[in-house]
Ligand binder design. Structure first.
Ligand code: ATP
Length: 328
């Protein structure tokens, strides 16, 4: 592989997600395979500004493929959002001989990477790491599959208690702007209703639907609510509204919260992380920059960062239909 790249920096930024460690491992080992140096940058862009770097070889990433979180730590850096902060970060990279970057994170992290590339002509490749699956140009982001499995497992447990007490449970899952987790985990866990930000369901329709469900003989119900649902009420207000309109139901709320981000990555996420990490390094070595590596139709592809940031990761309307049919 002919290249001018000699030292690749790798960092994790924004929210952590399961599979980030597997991606770091893949980047470090691909660098070793292709005989380029690799530097781990701690705490995302903030560590870049503070020069928190460590040379990394294949043995530094042993026993991490199965671990959640990120060994490099992650951060949100306000300083990196200023030209002064980015200049300091660039000076630090230059002083350490780092000539290219692999950024593992979400669309905010990619925006930072794109600006950094624009300002300094610095080579960057992004790896989508976020449980929300809200990035254009990849069918799966790192951690999404693991989060789905975590949510399904939690809802299965909630259903046991819902069944025993004839209860209605509202289960809030992560997804501020995208309902991928709610929709897929909701179908997987057999939810009666799924409320997502992309669809304005409406309170009356919700109550009607729950009443029909009860009339059809169901004694308990699970409603999965995406945290960004546009119904205009938070999950506790939803509970109050349904309780008022369906006094026959004993309604409970469960907010799954940060447990969805943690845990050992699924096999799918480990394989995806390995493929994306290798492709990120190979792309840099081929002279490519300003792209995100992603998965499309089971092939690893490159999408310009700008498109990955600005494009919409649409939900699959077929899934909405399937959910309506199988929950009846
Ligand atoms: P998640 O999807 O988990 O929230 P993210 O990558 O979108 O991950 P953000 O907090 O939005 O998380 O972004 C991470 C970091 O990227 C920010 O703290 C900041 O340092 C950098 N960043 C985001 N937007 C910009 C920007 N417009 N200019 C420069 N840097 C940015």
């Amino acid at each position: 592989m002919s290249t001018t790249i000699k030292k690749i920096g790798v960092l994790t930024s924004g929210g952590d997600s399961p599979g980030m460690n597997a991606a770091i491992r893949a980047v470090v080992r691909a660098c070793a395979y292709y005989n380029v140096e690799c530097v781990g940058i701690y705490r995302g862009y903030q560590g870049m500004i503070e020069g928190d770097f460590k040379a990394m070889g294949p043995r530094d990433v042993k026993n991490i493929i199965n671990k959640g979180g990120t060994i490099l730590k992650t951060a949100r850096s306000k300083e990196f959002m200023t030209p002064e902060g980015r200049k300091i970060a660039h000076d630090n990279l230059k002083a350490s001989g780092v000539d290219s970057l692999v950024v593992i994170g979400g669309d905010g992290s990619f925006t930072g990477a794109e600006i950094f590339n624009e300002e300094f002509g610095f080579s960057v490749i992004g790896i989508p790491g976020t449980i929300d699956n809200d990035i254009f140009g990849t069918s799966h982001t790192l951690g999404y599959d693991t989060a789905l499995n975590t949510v399904v497992e939690a809802i299965d447990k909630i259903r046991d208690t819902a069944n025993s007490h004839n209860r209605l449970f509202f289960v809030e899952v992560m997804g501020r702007d995208a309902g991928h987790i709610a929709l897929n985990a909701g179908i997987g866990a057999g939810a009666e209703e799924i409320l997502i930000p992309e669809e304005a369901f409406g309170l009356d329709r919700l109550v009607d639907s729950l009443k029909k469900s009860k009339e059809s003989g169901k004694t308990s119900s699970i409603v999965v609510v995406s945290e960004g649902d546009k119904i205009g009420k938070n999950v506790f207000e939803l509970k109050d509204y349904v309780e008022e309109n369906m006094p026959e139901y004993d309604v409970r709320v469960s907010v799954l919260g940060h447990m969805q981000r943690g845990g050992a990555p699924s096999c799918f996420d480990r394989v995806l992380a390995s493929r994306l990490g290798v492709k990120a390094v190979e792309s840099l070595l081929e002279g490519k920059s300003n792209y995100m590596v992603g998965l499309q139709y089971d092939k690893i592809t490159l999408t310009p960062l700008e498109q990955a940031i600005k494009g919409q990761s649409e939900i699959d309307l077929e899934l909405v239909k399937v959910s309506d049919i199988v929950s009846s």
